[in-house]
Design a protein around this ligand. Structure first.
Ligand SMILES: *[C@@H]1O[C@H](CO)[C@@H](O)[C@H](O)[C@H]1NC(C)=O
Ligand SMILES: *[C@@H]1O[C@H](CO)[C@@H](O)[C@H](O)[C@H]1NC(C)=O
Ligand SMILES: *[C@@H]1O[C@H](CO)[C@@H](O)[C@H](O)[C@H]1NC(C)=O
Ligand SMILES: *[C@@H]1O[C@H](CO)[C@@H](O)[C@H](O)[C@H]1NC(C)=O
Length: 501
């Protein structure tokens, strides 16, 4: 399932202000942005009673008797094939699926015609299918086409597919952004997979903005007829950053996607959202998803005032609506999971600034940057894990840190903690009441210094200052206390291995 295709980005940041808190208001809980009523049910279908007029059995017999084979083209076009599959149970009226498929790796605009009528068509795909129904008169129909006697597959505008590793993020990145704005991208391609990239637009100064968005000049909507642009693909409110994950498609263009086969829920709290469906050209077209409407429960509020100079307040997900209140501004950061393959759990969250839904913990984590507002509320929909997922800190205490995140490690074994200093100073925090041992570094940048603090960041709680020249003499290094702060000052990427005792 893909949402949008986007060959080129612009980024717009608008109405940026210098950390002046927006109106001081609480969310009126529960935020009732989702429909709270019962799902709309279709009126019951009443089947007309069978009348007692004489019944002849012949028509019913004929709808099991259609034969698809005489309708098929004798020679399908070179580089293609046509397949049929009977999908009705034996003895029932026949339903036959017809697939027109490229076999030469090309993608085309494909149409299946019944006589002269187009039964189904797609653009720039490898395959298309149509379902034909056998009628009482013994003839096939499909949609508005009745009495079909011939089927043809028509392939036009064929192009050789570009591998989904061929996308070039540099080709679509914005150039010449105004001072104080930065576009960045991180390659997140899984081993052997299609190219995926995390893109973000952020402020590099201390401004946050009432709106930040990433837009594209081009959009292909599958079932919608949209022209014009630019199209917004991601946006945030009252923030200094917006980010979105994009994936490379088989045509060498990027798209924002939700991929079939992901069985974990996505939670949308926006009052409206749009999903464009498109199969990925595979020959198996099975695709399913379910939308469940749930009113947001009237959760108890847990108000936490966050003060300057204190360590961040880290919390496990809980049943409350947690409200972090700043003086005047608060920053919210998310934690990685002990098992990175469970990162989808962070999607089960809603974050509000005032009454406005601004995103999920998943987005905060992938953005790697604090989310800033004067009050931030978090609700986690009954999510239950025994490690922290988010933390809040005074905004002033997070200033100047380009990447700030929490890390959870497995109870046993080596844990890789990434200090992501590619854009400047970075901070990674663990929240674990026990000793953590720094065992080593996979690449220690000569351009960075790593400070290690126990319980809070201060001169007196700093237990080590590591550089590329001296770190080797200092490890293994035991870090005690509850919160542990690994601060990268300078520039560079540093992968640190720790174990917990
Ligand atoms: C890929 O992007 C280009 C514009 O850069 C567009 O012309 C082309 O149609 C796109 N391909 C598809 C399959 O959307
Ligand atoms: C939930 O909020 C109440 C106050 O409303 C507080 O007493 C309680 O400790 C909170 N629970 C958690 C798990 O934060
Ligand atoms: C940390 O663990 C120690 C010993 O197990 C305990 O005394 C202390 O209260 C714990 N601290 C916190 C903040 O949980
Ligand atoms: C960090 O190091 C570990 C162990 O050496 C490795 O498995 C992991 O892929 C590395 N991560 C990054 C982002 O380099």
């Amino acid at each position: 399932m893909f949402l949008l295709l986007l060959p080129s980005f612009f980024s717009f940041t608008h109405s940026c202000v210098r950390t002046i808190p927006p109106d001081d208001y609480y969310p009126t809980v529960p935020p009732t942005q989702m429909p709270t009523g019962p799902p709309i049910t279709n009126p019951p279908v009443t089947v007309a009673p069978v009348t007692n007029s004489p019944v002849t059995n012949t028509p019913e017999d004929q709808c099991t008797a259609c034969d698809i084979n005489p309708l098929l083209p004798v020679n399908p076009p070179a580089g293609s094939r046509i397949d049929t599959t009977e999908i009705a149970a034996a003895g029932e009226c026949k339903q036959t699926r017809v697939d027109c498929t490229r076999t030469d790796g090309q993608t085309c605009d494909i149409a299946i015609r019944g006589g002269t009528t187009v039964l189904q068509s797609v653009t720039n795909m490898e395959t298309v299918s149509a379902t034909l129904t056998c009628e009482m008169n013994g003839m096939y129909s499909s949609g508005t086409a009745n009495g079909i006697t011939t089927l043809t597959c028509e392939f036009t505008n064929c192009v050789t597919a570009v591998p989904c590793t061929a996308c070039d993020i540099n080709a679509i990145s914005p150039n010449g952004l105004p001072a104080g704005q930065m576009f960045s991208s991180v390659d997140t391609t899984p081993a052997g997979g299609c190219t995926t990239t995390e893109v973000s637009c952020r402020r590099t100064d201390d401004q946050y903005c009432t709106g930040v968005s990433i837009t594209t000049s081009y959009l292909q909507a599958t079932f919608d007829d949209i022209t014009g642009g630019p199209y917004e693909i991601a946006s945030t409110l009252n923030a200094g950053l917006v980010m979105v994950g994009i994936g490379c498609e088989d045509d060498g263009n990027y798209s924002v996607r939700i991929v079939n086969g992901d069985n974990n829920p996505f939670i949308f709290v926006n009052p409206g959202f749009k999903i464009n469906l498109q199969t990925d050209g595979a020959t198996d077209h099975v695709f399913a998803f379910k939308i469940t409407w749930t009113p947001i429960p009237n959760a108890p509020q847990n108000i936490i005032d966050v003060a300057r100079g204190n360590p961040p307040v880290a919390l496990q997900p809980n049943q409350n609506l947690t409200i972090f209140r700043g003086n005047p501004m608060v920053s919210l950061m998310a934690f990685t999971l002990p098992d990175p393959s469970q990162a989808y759990l962070l999607r089960q969250s809603a974050i509000y600034s005032g009454d406005t839904f601004i995103g999920t913990l998943d987005q905060v984590l992938t953005s790697m940057t604090p989310l800033t507002a004067n009050k931030i509320s978090i609700y986690t929909f009954g999510l239950s894990v025994d490690y922290p997922l988010y933390m809040a800190s005074d905004y002033e205490d997070t200033r100047g840190i380009m990447v700030y995140e929490g890390a959870n490690c497995p109870v046993t074994g080596d844990c890789s903690i990434l200090l992501q200093g590619s854009w400047g100073n970075a901070m990674t925090v663990t929240d674990y009441n026990g000793t953590e041992v720094i065992r080593g570094f996979d690449g220690f940048p000569g351009t960075a210094v790593i400070n290690v603090y126990e319980n809070q960041v201060s001169e007196s709680t700093r237990i080590a200052t590591l550089t590329s020249d001296n770190y080797f003499q200092q490890i293994p290094l035991e870090v005690k206390g509850v919160m542990k702060f690994y601060e990268l000052n300078g520039h560079g990427l540093c992968n640190m291995t720790v174990t917990r005792l």
